[in-house]
Design a protein around this ligand. Structure first.
Ligand code: ASP
Ligand code: MG
Length: 439
């Protein structure tokens, strides 16, 4: 069994959906096909929810109608036969009637999540209709029948696995299964989701649940690149990464993969491949447990970081100081990305500023607190970075012209993190690109 997940751009146009059909029928392997919503749909649904949250029903209605138009055009380009078109019309009617009914009832968060779920429901149903039209045997698997999260919004992998296996057992001879990414049920049995970009996470959870041979993530770029193509001129795809390296890159800014999607694959040792729908023969990136090569493989950058320094002479020779500091962050459920310490001070970074004021107030009990906003973490990712001769020197030389606020190495052998003011980010990435890679 393999998992093939297709993102929004891979299903966003009728001709792309046909390409997806070609890709899933190239071999006779058993596969679960996980689809995102058509590109732009989830954003549109977010917009509808926002309009309703502000009680602006006219705006919500306008946004529903625009989206509706899009689907009415889409299915006509997707499907040729009368039978299939009638089916698609019914599907679209059902989902847009639902959205229009919501206009009439009072809005709440649970309803908002129902709205957000419409995108994946529509894309999978329309795709399934295409398979039916072409007489391609397939089974439609509603994700809401097996995907679930607990009260902390964490996926319930054990339950998911039991349910998926029980459902699949009903179809011993079928080879293609189609399901939704992103959507799930929560502990109150309401429709919920795995957060934006969560379809990758769905795919790897399903992969873990069925112990898949491979989880293929099909997007519109040929794998994870060694630097941010939006910032530097030259980048290239990275052929191989370990789970740890991929997790660092995904977390620290490589937009191609949802960071949470690494752990289920890593836990069950299932290779993850990042592939390009538009260029299916390209090698893409393969992520496995194997740690290969030495030295730097890629750079990523994460914006919107705030650095907090706590300086205290009481830290000198004291134990328990760091615990007290960390407890403040724990109390406000704020996660820390980078940490550096000296004997009299500690600096940490956070990206969630919702409790910054409270955090600072409490930290002031332990020392002088200083804040630096608008910082960027540049993450240099690879294998055995410090063991590879000259690499640390090259990193530092490349950054010679920029004030570096924090440096962190040694937490793992896969990552050197550097904190710079956001205004230096682009130039720092360019300079590192020239200094670290052979072009
Ligand atoms: N459709 C959802 C989103 O746009 C989930 C996904 O595509 O991964 O965030
Ligand atoms: Mg995505």
């Amino acid at each position: 069994m393999k998992i093939m997940k297709f993102g929004g751009t891979s299903v966003g146009k009728p001709e792309r959906m046909h390409q997806v059909k070609d890709l899933i029928t190239r071999d006779s392997e058993k596969k679960i096909v996980v689809l995102s919503a058509l590109s732009g749909t989830t954003n549109a649904l977010v917009g509808i929810g926002e309009a309703l949250a502000e009680a602006n029903k006219d705006l919500a209605k306008e946004r529903i109608d625009i989206l509706h138009e899009h689907y009415l055009k889409f299915y006509k380009d997707l499907l040729k036969t009368e039978t299939a078109r009638v089916k698609a019309e019914k599907i679209i009617k059902e989902h847009f009637e639902f959205l229009n009914i919501i206009l009439k009832i009072s809005f709440n968060e649970a309803i908002n999540r129902d709205i957000l779920a419409q995108g994946e429901l529509l894309s999978t149903k329309l795709f399934y209709t295409l398979l039916q039209e072409l007489d391609i045997p397939a089974v439609f698997l509603p994700a809401l029948d097996f995907m679930s999260i607990d009260e902390n919004s964490e996926p319930e992998l054990k339950k998911i696995a039991e349910k998926v296996k029980a459902i699949l057992a009903n179809y011993p001879n079928d080879r293609i299964f189609v399901t939704q990414g992103y959507i799930c049920k929560n502990h109150r049995n309401e429709v919920d989701n795995l957060k934006r970009g969560g379809s990758d996470y769905s795919a790897s959870l399903i992969g873990a649940a069925v112990n898949a041979e491979v989880v293929e993530i099909w997007t519109d770029i040929d794998g994870m690149h060694n630097n941010d193509p939006r910032v530097v001129d030259k980048t290239r795809p990275i052929a191989q990464l370990s789970f740890d390296e991929a997790a660092e890159l995904a977390y620290f800014g490589a937009k191609i993969l949802h960071p949470a999607s690494i752990w289920p694959a890593q836990m069950y040792n299932i290779p993850v491949k990042l592939l390009n729908t538009m260029e299916p023969e390209a090698a893409g990136t393969t992520i496995t447990a194997k740690e290969q090569g030495t030295g730097v493989k890629a750079l990523a950058a994460k914006d919107g970081i705030t650095a907090i320094k706590i300086k205290s002479s009481r830290m000198l020779l004291a134990y328990g100081f760091l615990r007290k500091v960390f407890e403040v962050f724990e109390k406000y459920k704020t996660s820390i990305d980078m940490i550096t310490t000296s004997e009299v001070a500690v600096s940490v970074t956070i990206d969630d500023l919702s409790h910054l004021e409270d955090i600072v107030k409490e930290l002031e009990a332990y020392g002088i607190v200083e804040i630096d906003n608008n910082q960027t973490i540049i993450s240099v990712v690879g294998n055995m970075i410090a063991e590879s001769r000259g690499t640390l020197a090259k990193i530092m030389n490349s950054l010679a012209d920029f004030p570096v606020r924090m440096v962190s190495y040694g937490g793992s052998r896969h990552n050197v993190s550097l904190l710079v003011d956001a205004k230096y980010k682009n130039d720092a990435l360019k300079s590192l690109n020239n200094g670290l890679f052979e072009w």
